[in-house]
Design a protein around this ligand. Structure first.
Ligand code: 6CS
Length: 363
C-alpha cells in the first residue's frame, strides 16, 4: 500500500484549466456535451470527459471507489464516457473541492459531510456520536434506504448545488491520541483535531476537549509537532496516512461511522441525456456494495499494521460497553442541540432517521 502523508502541492496548470472549464471555456466534449436533456446520446457519437475529485489518495477507500466508478462508466458506455479521478490535494483542500463541484469545475466529487457543516447545517447529523447502528452492515442498509437522508437531507444539499447520489460508510471511527483515551475525563484539555463542523466540535467540547479544525493534509505534522493531541478516523485511514507513527495510543471506540457522499453537480446531471443518466444511476447502485466491501477489507487488513508496528509502537485498547456508555451519556444530549441549532429541518430529519434506525435494528 502506498504511503501518502500529505500532498499539498496544488497543480496551478490543472487549476487554471478547471477555472476555464467553470467559466464555460472547456472543450466541446467536456462536461455535459451538446446533447439536449432527454435525448439519447448513444446514436450520435457524443463523448464525455468528466472529473471526479476525492478527498483521499491512491490505495485509500474513496480513491479506489472513484477509480472503479470511472472504470464501470467507461465500460457501460463503450468508451463514450471517460473520467479523470483526482487524489486529495491535486485540486486544493477538501473545502476547495466542494466549491469546485458547486461551480461545475468538476462534475463528480466524494464529499464528507464534515466539511459542509456550516453550509448545510442539517448535514451535521453525521457528527452525532453513538447515533448510527454499531453494526456496519445495518448502517450500510440504513444509508442505502433512509428517506431522511436520501430524500430530505439530499434535497437540502441540492439547494446548495450539491446533488448526493449516495451516502456510504467508510467504517467505524476510532480515536488516536498522545495519551490514552478510555473515559471522558481523558479528553480534558485534549487538543482534538476535527473537520469543519460546529457540531463535531461541540461534541468534543462536551467531553472536555479543546477541538480545532484542520485539513487532513496538515494532520500528520500537526500530531507530530503537538499542534493537536489526537484525532478520529476509520482504521484504514489512520494506518494508510500513518497517523499511528506519531500517536502512542489508539482507542477502538466505534463512537461513530465515517459517512461519505458520492455527489454530482446538479445542473450538469440534469442536462444529461436519459441514457447517460441511467448509466450513472446504475453505477451508483452497483457501487453501494463495492464501496462497503472496499472499506470492510481495508479496515480489517490494516489494524495489524498498527498493532504490529515495532518501530513506532501504538498501544491499542478496545473500550468495554460500560466505558462506551460513559461517552454515550455525554453524546446523546447533542441530539437536542442538533435539533435546535442545525437548521430548520434538523428536528424532522433526526426524528425520521431515529425511527428508521429503530425499525432496522428491530428486524
Ligand atoms: O479526516 C479526514 O478529514 C479524512 N478522513 C477520511 C476517512 N477521508 C477523507 C477525509 O478528509
Amino acid at each position: 500500500m502506498k504511503k501518502n502523508k500529505f500532498r499539498w502541492l496544488v497543480s496551478t496548470a490543472l487549476l487554471s484549466s478547471l477555472m476555464l472549464a467553470a467559466c464555460g471555456g472547456g472543450e466541446s466534449d467536456d462536461g455535459g456535451g451538446d446533447t439536449d436533456n432527454g435525448e439519447s446520446a448513444e446514436g450520435n457519437g457524443e463523448t464525455y470527459q468528466w472529473r471526479f475529485v476525492t478527498e483521499e489518495n491512491d490505495g485509500q477507500v474513496q480513491y479506489e471507489y472513484a477509480e472503479e466508478f470511472a472504470k464501470r462508466l467507461e465500460e457501460k458506455s463503450d468508451g463514450q464516457i471517460t473520467m479523470d479521478v483526482y487524489e486529495f490535494g491535486g485540486l486544493g483542500s477538501e473545502v476547495d473541492q466542494v466549491e469546485q463541484l458547486q461551480s461545475g469545475a468538476v462534475e463528480f466529487a466524494i464529499v464528507s459531510p464534515g466539511f459542509t457543516g456550516t453550509m448545510v447545517e442539517e448535514g451535521q447529523i453525521f457528527a452525532l456520536q453513538f447515533l448510527l447502528p454499531d453494526d456496519q452492515e445495518v448502517t450500510h442498509e440504513l444509508l442505502n434506504t433512509s428517506e431522511a437522508l436520501n430524500e430530505d437531507l439530499a434535497a437540502l444539499y441540492e439547494e446548495n448545488n450539491i446533488k448526493p447520489l449516495s451516502f456510504w460508510t467508510e467504517g467505524a471511527m476510532q480515536w488516536t491520541g498522545n495519551r490514552e483515551l478510555t473515559e471522558p475525563a481523558d479528553f480534558e484539555g485534549f487538543k482534538m483535531r476535527t473537520q469543519d463542523s460546529p457540531l463535531i466540535q461541540k461534541s468534543y467540547k462536551a467531553y472536555g476537549a479543546d477541538p480545532s479544525v484542520m485539513s487532513w493534509g496538515e494532520l500528520y505534522s500537526g500530531l507530530q509537532t503537538g499542534t493537536v493531541d489526537g484525532q478520529e478516523n476509520p482504521i484504514f485511514f489512520i494506518a494508510d496516512a500513518s497517523f499511528h507513527e506519531v500517536q502512542d495510543y489508539m482507542t477502538i471506540s466505534n463512537h461513530n461511522t465515517y459517512v461519505a457522499m458520492t455527489t454530482v453537480n446538479p445542473s450538469f446531471y440534469n442536462d444529461l441525456p436519459d441514457d447517460i443518466k441511467e448509466i450513472i444511476d446504475e453505477t451508483v447502485e452497483e457501487m453501494r456494495d463495492v464501496g462497503f466491501e472496499l472499506q470492510d477489507d481495508l479496515n480489517n487488513e490494516l489494524l495489524s499494521e498498527i498493532e504490529e508496528n515495532e518501530e513506532n509502537p501504538t498501544e491499542v485498547t478496545k473500550l468495554t460497553e460500560e466505558q462506551r456508555d460513559a461517552f454515550r451519556e455525554l453524546a446523546i444530549p447533542q441530539r437536542d442541540f442538533y435539533k435546535e441549532n442545525a437548521g430548520d429541518q434538523a428536528g424532522e430529519i433526526l426524528d425520521k432517521l431515529e425511527s428508521e434506525i429503530e425499525e432496522l435494528e428491530g428486524e
